[in-house]
Design a binder for this molecule. Sequence first.
Ligand SMILES: [Zn+2]
Length: 366
Amino acid sequence: MNDFRKKQKIENPQYFNSLKMFTSSVKKNRASAVANTYCFEINKNHYTIDTSCGKKRRNELKGFLKDKRKNTILCTHYHNDHIANNWLIAKKNTAIIYHKNAKSKINWLRTNSTGQILKMYSTMDKKSVLSRLGFFNKKTAAFLAQSPLISRFIIPPLLFIIAYIVSFKNTGFMFPKKRNITWLDPEKKVKIDLNSITIEGWIIDKDFYAFETPGHTDCHITFYNNEEKILFCGDALNFLNPNDIQFGSIEKTFSTIDLILNIAKDEDIKTLALGHYYPITGKENIIKYIEKIKEKHEYVYGLVKSQAKIGGCHLHPEKIYKEVINLDDPLIAKLRRINFPVSTLVFLDVFVYKLLAEIKKEITGY
Ligand SMILES: [Zn+2]
């Protein structure tokens, strides 16, 4: 094996000036399957953004936080790969901060996996969803989906159990930590004056803010350290967003990308700390990165829309998904390589389904 193909051993935490990052990534240009964790201090208060999931991260964080007298856990959103370790990391005096929309999800944390699969099965083409999961071949998937009794009464509980086991394998036991939680309430947002733009959000600490950035989920938050010019944007800039059929929105994905781009430009952001990728540093690189993400989303959006028109505007999600995924197009070829179930970050079928639902709503009003 060539040297450059060998896995790099990456030590945790890694340092970006005063920012500490824990990652599972083995290569700097690769996405980490387990979300990154960021630790830093503001005004002598210690903060941890996204405790992530898994034993390895838990042990690393526990060791690192041992001598931190008071730590606050900040959650970018409810996805299990970002928050599953909360209950094991939090000490008695540890505060946890979530968006208020995460409140209804905290008692049902596994809905991130089980609810996602069940909703995909109940709303999308059953045969296709079953065969895409990778557990059944096409023939078996067709048989299971076509049988009314099996598809209605056997498959949903079976999918629930499979999704539960997969989630348990990835995150282990997971209990919601309910004490000491602050819910950021949209009705209690205040006007925050930045360089030349004013954004409504919440003040967390001196020169440290939280902004609503829905799209990836409806409870997604971006945190901003104004003193050090670091923007923590969780999964808001993942490609492809949204991957959450339950709580994601395409329209909001785009408005969030624009908001983050405006902040990056206005505030001369020095570090863009992402959920699954290495932080981007330097204003020019950051702006270029966000513009590229926007461009790629717009490109896929355009492809789906034009296929919908070619297909006589039947707005049949499965038909249009198949047309788009088979397109001879370099970006779609790239998506094909990382699409679910290879990665749980990219669901082109969910994107097509959501986009068609938004078009349908625009046309019919429902
Ligand atoms: Zn996520």
